[in-house]
Ligand binder design. Structure first.
Ligand SMILES: CC(C)(COP(=O)(O)OP(=O)(O)OC[C@H]1O[C@@H](n2cnc3c(N)ncnc32)[C@H](O)[C@@H]1OP(=O)(O)O)[C@@H](O)C(=O)NCCC(=O)NCCS
Length: 181
């Protein structure tokens, strides 16, 4: 992979020439996203290659509803972080909502897709969260975009995410999680 640089994004104009090819996402990034940044609703980043933006992502604190069936599946694959929170017998698991860090947006430039940049970003997010002593959330979550013509769900599955909800329902997004470990 060529030399990549990850920088905090504070000015939405940096994305003016950036397109991922999914109309709904591109129009948001070139429109309302500037208010989203201005209000500080998320932490946003750009990935640059030779000074050009080749990807962007943003993170926010969130919480997700996880049903009992999903919780029992999660227990099977848990690598506890933090130990107490993810102990299978811990009352944490009886909470209806679990803290998460949410990937609010992730997009790779159309011409750079399917070259393992998106999966590199996911692993980088996980490493950064593991190194962040203030991060106590056990989960990384995403509302994976899906429409009649395009879905990002298989990408997240390949990156180790599982659905928190019934994946057969036809909704514009599917909530998915990966344990931060
Ligand atoms: C989804 C997206 C972020 C993935 O980034 P990427 O750099 O193209 O993904 P990668 O190359 O790291 O893909 C990893 C694997 O997932 C597969 N994959 C990627 N996107 C996929 C998709 N939409 N459908 C099926 N498989 C996909 C890749 O082929 C690759 O498979 P492999 O390991 O067998 O080779 C990128 O394609 C994108 O920006 N799409 C448009 C915007 C979008 O949907 N963002 C997500 C919103 S929630």
């Amino acid at each position: 992979m060529k030399q990549l640089e990850i920088q905090k994004l504070s000015d939405a104009n940096e994305l003016k020439d950036f397109y991922c090819g999914v109309e709904a996402i591109d129009s948001f990034l070139h429109g309302d996203f500037k208010d989203y940044l201005y209000l500080g609703i998320c932490k946003a980043y750009v990935v640059k290659e030779n000074g050009n933006v080749v990807a962007m992502y943003s993170l926010d604190k969130f919480n997700v509803f996880i049903g009992d069936d999903v919780k029992s599946k999660m227990r099977e694959g848990i690598k506890p972080i933090p130990q107490e929170a993810l102990d299978p017998d811990n009352p944490y698991w009886r909470l209806p909502l679990i803290d998460s860090i949410e990937i609010t947006y992730l997009a790779v430039a159309k011409e750079r897709q399917h070259q393992h940049l998106g999966s590199f970003i996911i692993e980088r997010i996980i490493l950064d969260l593991l190194a962040d002593n203030e991060c106590t959330s056990p989960l990384l979550t995403v509302r994976a975009y899906q429409s009649e013509t395009y879905t990002a769900v298989p990408f997240y599955e390949k990156c180790g995410f599982f659905p928190t909800e019934d994946s057969s329902a036809s909704k514009p997004t599917l909530c998915m999680y990966r344990i931060i470990a």
